[in-house]
Design a protein around this ligand. Structure first.
Ligand SMILES: [Fe+2]
Length: 384
């Protein structure tokens, strides 16, 4: 007679014969079996997040045109500015290049953002063009804007003169860095300049300085061609925009002066010439594409400087801030919006367009500025 226990024992024996007894597995073995799917899932998640962020930066944010409004009071007594102030519409850095779908979408956004606004001044602080193919859309943009009561004014940006390639930007940046350090022209490669220390330690120190130079937001595109700046000016002047190339105008019915300078990098900016004829103490707005104009002491005569060029960094990284601002004079935190030096307000426009067509954390915008007289000579302003 076979007991139940024995039958069970027989079954276990039979099972053991058909299926080898499992070997007890270790944690390392389990991880070995699971490693591939876990890694694949991780890579898939990272690729998904990367694709989502890339899509956002490429297809959404560049078209998400914001409207910013800021009210500024002059920081010192300046007779002659209307009590009700001046309403300024400030645009900058359109960077049009004939990419019709992108540019028509931006024009439609700007039209919606500015429709029905009553403005005294229309200001564009340069880089209308990325290259000449963008002219037609620049004219369409200007045509879509409200008509200013006191006039439309502009200055040139570096891209209005030249178009650049970023393909060899690191090499070009190195040449510009060497030229700045040594006060000589670029274009000499492979042989030391006269009087330059080219010892091993000097090279190491130079590389360290170059690293610091890059970290200070310097990366220069290589100029590879010229734009038809004369054609741009002619076409825009026919639409009623006056270019202020190192010259000033007095706004009709006021004692407010607008001064504009040529681009800091590619033009011949001349503040002395620009301010010639502007009475000391007159309320003055200075237009300069590049904010580095503040390096010049004469810029302190302006009550407000309007500029662009930085694109707000275009890509603003968490914890780091703007990735690349292309300015020597502003801190990363000042690459977009309002800042100040002494009694001079400075407004840095992030632009409407892009050089490399992505934006992250630095959306394009139009800005309405209301500029008011000072309050009893007190050092006060309001922004928001
Ligand atoms: Fe620009």
């Amino acid at each position: 007679m076979i007991t139940g226990e024995e039958r069970g024992g027989e079954r276990e024996k039979g099972q053991a014969a058909a299926f080898p007894a499992p070997v007890e597995s270790t944690g390392a073995d389990r991880w070995g079996r699971q490693r591939v799917p876990v890694l694949l899932a991780g890579l898939g998640a990272m690729a998904g997040v990367g694709a989502a962020l890339g899509g956002y930066a490429l297809l959404y944010e560049p078209f998400n045109v914001q409207t910013e409004r800021i009210v500024l009071r002059l920081l010192r007594e300046r007779p002659g500015i209307p009590r009700e102030g001046l309403n300024i519409l400030h645009l900058s850095d359109t960077h049009f290049r004939g990419a019709d779908r992108r540019e028509h979408a931006k024009i439609a956004q700007v039209r919606r953002a500015t429709a029905g606004e009553r403005i005294d001044l229309l200001i564009h602080t340069g880089d209308f063009l990325h290259d000449d193919r963008g002219l037609e859309n620049v004219l369409a943009l200007v045509d879509s804007l409200p008509k200013p009561r006191l006039g439309a004014f502009a200055v040139t940006g570096n891209h209005d003169y030249l178009f650049y390639s970023m393909k060899r930007a690191p090499l070009h940046t190195w040449r510009v860095f060497r030229a700045r350090e040594e006060g000589v022209g670029t274009g000499i490669r492979g042989r030391p300049r006269e009087g330059v220390d080219d010892s091993g330690m000097a090279r190491v120190r130079r590389l360290l300085r170059f690293g610091r130079y890059l970290l200070q937001n310097r990366m220069d595109g290589e100029p590879v061609g010229t734009n038809d700046i004369a054609g741009l000016r002619r076409a825009l002047e026919e639409q009623g925009i006056q270019f202020l190339d190192n010259r000033a105008v007095r706004l009709g019915g006021t004692d407010v002066y607008l001064v504009g300078v040529e681009d800091w990098l590619e033009g011949r900016p001349d503040l002395q010439k620009g301010f010639a004829g502007v009475p000391r103490g007159a309320p003055t707005v200075l237009l300069s594409h590049n904010p580095d104009i503040i390096e010049s002491e004469a810029a302190g005569r302006a009550d407000l400087i309007l500029c662009g060029h930085t694109h707000g960094g275009q890509v603003v990284l968490p914890l780091i801030g703007p990735a690349y601002t292309h300015t020597d004079q502003l801190a990363r935190s000042e690459a977009s919006g309002y800042t100040r030096r002494g009694h001079t307000h400075i407004y840095v426009h992030r632009g409407l367009g892009e050089s490399i067509p992505v934006r992250f954390g630095a959306p394009p915008h139009v800005t309405f500025i209301r500029l008011l007289p000072a309050l009893d000579g007190a050092d006060k302003f309001c922004a928001g």
